[in-house]
Design a protein around this ligand. Structure first.
Ligand code: PEP
Ligand code: MN
Length: 623
């Protein structure tokens, strides 16, 4: 049950209350606060519910309906992110664990680990204790396999995941491994579950061959009840009557689990299908269905693999799959970010040297799309700082009040955000990265509001622009405000039911609004590209793209001669937009994006040629 405490209870009163609960033989757990402080009681308390209700300081007692208490959303409504070093599984990320079924040799493990790491996998997997159907099949390299995994981690700096099949392996796992996997065959090995619960290392818990979702959650409950909250669930297919695939991948488990539990969910399409060519389609579907990540078997020489070669992807297939996931993820509001780990490490190192955590500014308030972009780019590597205007972000970086900023530069429906181009031109800051997020707009109003009640709609001008078609069907007054979350907040504070806001779904949650209409943007292919700005690049690394502003000379063929430089050097131009030069009627400047690192040594000639052929040139950043 959940015990809700009275608001503003003095700390001594809370201690007193806890002592009374303990005296009544209640197994108490701290729970994350919602709108009040809460204590969870597990199992059957040694006194009646009524007696608990009468303890001073108790506001309310709520029974938890599900048998899984710590795993369910009643006690813990917010999503859990599992941390493995710098890797975060859950939240806005898609995390991919990849590697061979079994560790076969140091050379094999390193070869595959290098491949999957280069393709964007954030953790390396490989079995050392293999639970095989036949006792005569390869059983794994055991401790030697674990030592190889530890060496892979030392050499490449990638966390390692392996299966533990017996509590007797606990010490070895503690010594060599970052994430302990509980295999499908052991989902209900309760001694093993209790053991990994006490070990405290992150656990990847696979679904049993014939495990129901409730049984699976109860297994996770065993681990959490021992004090270990770092559990990742892994759907790997269940036994059905269908023989065409090794198992049947239960993708519907993802939305079911998302509702029931706060734990992150990854999908293993390799063991689910058992066939190489079926792995990528199911992996793509899993991400589209809302999975937080994938576990994929990869082998450089699958024909000679000691186990599960037939379902292992070739490295080239894995690379292609990762590119596909990169495209799919933003559609469901997530991100597969190939350089996220490297970036988080660099920013983390800076923190260690400088002492304080880095700060990244975004415009508006918590819950805006800018805030989401900031979270997707930095994760927890930097603190997200809300600021009132775009210019205040540039000013704060210049004055060293914050380290980074994130500003929208263009939207796929409504075009460039000129104010930010102007600021990039005027301030001596650089673009150091970018992130694109899908924008979905919704009509939000106070609970109980009907469409017919609405008279006024508030939103940011971009939000209004993106929903023109929907708005044209209604005769509402349209009010522009500075950000979408601000619109939602104003509606939540308004009198009556005449106001509605256009904003993202997350703001509905933050401001307690109801969703009257979902996905009302005219075109669903609605993406905003945000750029990250700073005084200097995070670290010099190979850039794929450069953004620049230039003014062509006022003479025949001026723009043509500039474009000729790109053509002759075979540089792909991905954006060219003209815009009036402020204060110079009928003269135009150009925004240009190219697929090249204009600041590299090799591009010195191109830089010189561009400078020579234009009246003004500013490289906004290479990233
Ligand atoms: C594995 O991951 O190699 C494995 C044996 O998986 P499962 O337990 O899902 O069969
Ligand atoms: Mn396997």
């Amino acid at each position: 049950m959940i015990v809700e405490l009275e608001k503003e209870l003095a700390p001594e009163a809370k201690i007193d209350l806890l002592l009374k609960l303990k005296a009544a033989r209640c197994d108490c757990r701290d729970l994350p606060a919602t709108d009040c402080e809460r204590i969870g009681i597990l199992g059957k308390p040694g006194c009646s519910e009524e007696e608990i209700r009468r303890i001073p300081g108790v506001a309310r007692v709520v029974r938890v309906k599900t048998p899984y208490k710590l795993v369910g959303r009643e006690m813990h409504p917010q999503d859990t992110c599992v941390r493995v070093g710098d890797v975060v599984v859950g939240g806005e990320n898609i995390s991919v664990v990849a590697g061979p079924c079994a560790v076969e040799s140091l050379e094999q493990a390193l070869t595959i680990a290098r491949e999957v790491q280069r393709a964007g996998a954030c953790l390396f997997r490989g079995g050392a204790f293999k639970p095989r159907t036949s006792p005569y099949s390869f059983q794994g390299l055991e401790e030697q396999g674990l030592r190889i995994l530890a060496e892979v981690r030392e050499t490449l700096g990638i966390g390692v995941v392996t299966e533990m099949t017996s509590p007797s392996q606990a010490d070895l796992m503690m010594k060599y491994i970052d994430v302990v996997q509980i295999g499908a065959r052991n989902m209900q090995n309760f001694e093993l579950l209790k053991c990994v619960g006490r070990m405290g290392k992150p656990v990847l818990l696979k679904r049993g061959l014939a495990g129901t979702i409730e049984e699976w959650l109860m297994s996770a409950e065993y681990i959490l009840s021992e004090g270990n909250r770092q559990v990742i669930l892994c759907e790997r297919g269940i036994r059905t009557f269908e023989p065409y695939t090794r198992n049947t991948l239960d993708l519907s488990a993802i939305p079911v689990l998302k509702k029931l539990t706060h734990l992150p969910i990854v999908v293993d399409p390799s063991h689910a299908t058992g066939m190489r060519e079926k792995v990528s389609p199911m992996a793509r579907s899993a991400v589209a269905a809302g999975a937080d990540g994938l576990m994929i078997e990869v082998h450089h020489d699958p024909d000679h693999a000691m186990s599960d070669g037939a379902q292992s992807l070739y490295p080239q297939q894995f690379r292609q799959l990762m590119r596909d996931i990169y495209v799919i993820a933003p559609v469901v509001g997530k991100q597969l970010d190939f350089s996220h780990l490297e970036r988080v490490r660099v920013i983390g190192r800076k923190r260690k040297n400088g002492g304080t955590r880095r700060r990244a500014g975004f415009m508006g308030r918590i819950g805006t799309f800018s805030h989401k972009a900031c979270l997707q780019y930095f994760g927890e590597a930097a603190e997200a700082v809300p600021l009132p205007t775009f210019q205040s972000i540039f000013e704060a970086i210049k004055a060293d009040g914050i380290d980074y900023g994130i500003v929208p530069l263009e939207n796929s429906l409504s075009g460039s955000i000129h104010e930010n181009y102007d600021l990039l031109r005027d301030y001596d800051l650089r673009i150091i990265g970018e992130v694109a997020i899908r924008i979905t707009q919704n009509l939000l109003a106070k609970p109980g509001t009907e469409l017919a009640d609405i008279r006024r709609v508030l939103s940011h001008p971009q939000g209004i622009e993106q929903c023109r078609q929907f708005l044209s069907q209604h005769n509402w007054e349209i009010v522009s405000v500075s950000d979408t979350a601000g619109a939602a907040e104003r509606v939540s504070r308004s009198e009556g039911n005449a106001d509605a806001a256009i904003a993202g779904l997350i703001t509905a949650e933050i401001y307690g609004l109801a969703v009257l209409a979902e996905g009302i943007e005219t075109n669903p292919r609605n993406y905003t590209r945000f750029v990250v700005i700073a005084r200097e690049p995070i670290e010099h690394r190979k850039a794929a793209k450069s953004s620049l502003i230039l003014w062509a000379k006022n003479e025949p063929g001026a723009l043509f001669s500039i474009l000729q430089v790109f053509a002759e050097e075979r540089i792909n131009m991905i954006k060219l937009e003209s815009r009036p030069i402020p204060g110079e009627p009928w003269r135009y400047m150009f925004y240009i994006d190219i697929e090249a690192d204009l600041e590299s040594e090799a591009m010195a000639g191109v830089r010189a040629a561009l400078a020579e052929k234009s009246e003004y040139l500013k490289i906004l950043g290479c990233y």
